[in-house]
Design a protein around this ligand. Structure first.
Ligand code: LHQ
Length: 264
């Protein structure tokens, strides 16, 4: 499918999805969100795509909802119903990202704001350009964090820091974002895509079925007692142990050779 607001490229086992509305710093319009859902679903269903990189074109990663979409209805005096917009868009997108049976890397090339931060948080690994910056932004327009930020942000940076970021919405640079755990790594802007692609290739060569199970287990264990999490792990381990990659990993170890993982 051709996209209007995304550039999607597949190179070997790595699919790169680039948000492509640089004039608006890749604001997540309804159309862009729908396209992103489609592109992620395609990558999830393509056995050849074993890792995904999500990035933005231009100087923005994504600045959250496209506020220009609100202009007409607000000027007409229509009562806002953001829940409808959220349920049709971000509330589909975020679980899809979190539940992707592939590792997903956010390559944060520039400013991330509002739901743009939420999208980055829903990825498994965040690499930021040294020129990237972050502002939660919601409060500046009298809104609350959405697209999963109320859940994902405290888990990434702790409740106290998450509240500070959400309430004050100060713009945080990449170094600070790294120090507080908002991103995993900061790299020079010029090498961001090389670093993200190298990591994606490395991940694509790992037992990606096990990675999908790790993601699922962590997500489910988050709300469980230890006893339930132990049971969950035991069941997930049965699933992992039934994969080709488990057998291959054990045999390669015993035979003192490099494993050839297929993601199956
Ligand atoms: C934008 C946007 C934008 C459209 C910059 N939309 N054009 C919301 C509403 C309803 C329902 C439920 O959910 C949500 C979820 C949310 O995500 S709420 C949060 C929405 N995002 C924001 O409030 C961020 C607004 N943007 C900003 O505060 C600034 O643009 C930041 C601090 C991100 C970047 O500042 P600068 O680097 O100085 O860039 P800029 O402000 O000059 O923006 C560049 C262009 O991008 C500009 O267009 P123009 O035609 O003047 O060059 C902006 O209008 C446009 N843009 N954000 N969200």
């Amino acid at each position: 499918m051709g996209y209007e607001q995304l550039i999607v490229r597949t190179d070997g086992a790595v699919t790169t999805i680039r948000l492509n509305n640089p004039a608006k710093l890749n604001a997540l319009s309804s159309a862009m969100t729908a396209e992103l859902i489609k592109a992620l679903a395609d990558a999830a269903n393509d056995p050849a795509a074993r890792a995904v990189v999500l990035t933005g074109e231009g100087r923005g990663f994504s600045v959250g909802a496209d506020l220009s979409e609100l202009e007409e209805p607000y000027r007409r005096g229509e009562p806002p119903t953001p829940s409808r917009f959220l349920k049709a868009g971000y509330n589909q997108l975020i679980p899809l990202l979190v539940g992707m049976p592939r590792p997903v890397i956010a390559a944060i090339n520039g400013v991330a704001a509002g739901a743009g931060i939420s999208v980055a948080l829903a990825c498994d690994y965040r690499i930021a350009s040294d020129g990237a910056s972050f502002t939660t932004a919601f409060v500046k327009i009298g809104l609350v964090p959405d697209a999963g930020s109320s859940y994902l942000l405290p888990r990434a940076v702790g409740t106290a820091k998450a509240l500070e970021l959400a309430i004050l919405s100060d713009r945080v640079d990449a170094t600070t974002a790294h120090a507080i755990g908002l991103v995993n790594r900061v790299v020079p802007g010029g090498s961001l895509m090389d670093e993200a692609t190298d990591l994606a290739r490395r991940l694509a060569g790992l037992p990606t079925a096990a990675i999908a199970l790790i993601k699922r287990t962590f997500a489910r264990a988050a709300g469980m007692s230890l006893a339930d999490a132990l049971d969950l792990e035991a069941d997930a381990q049965d699933e992992a142990a039934a994969t080709h990659d488990h057998l291959e990993g054990v045999l390669a170890f015993l035979e003192k050779r490099q494993p050839n993982f297929t993601g199956s």
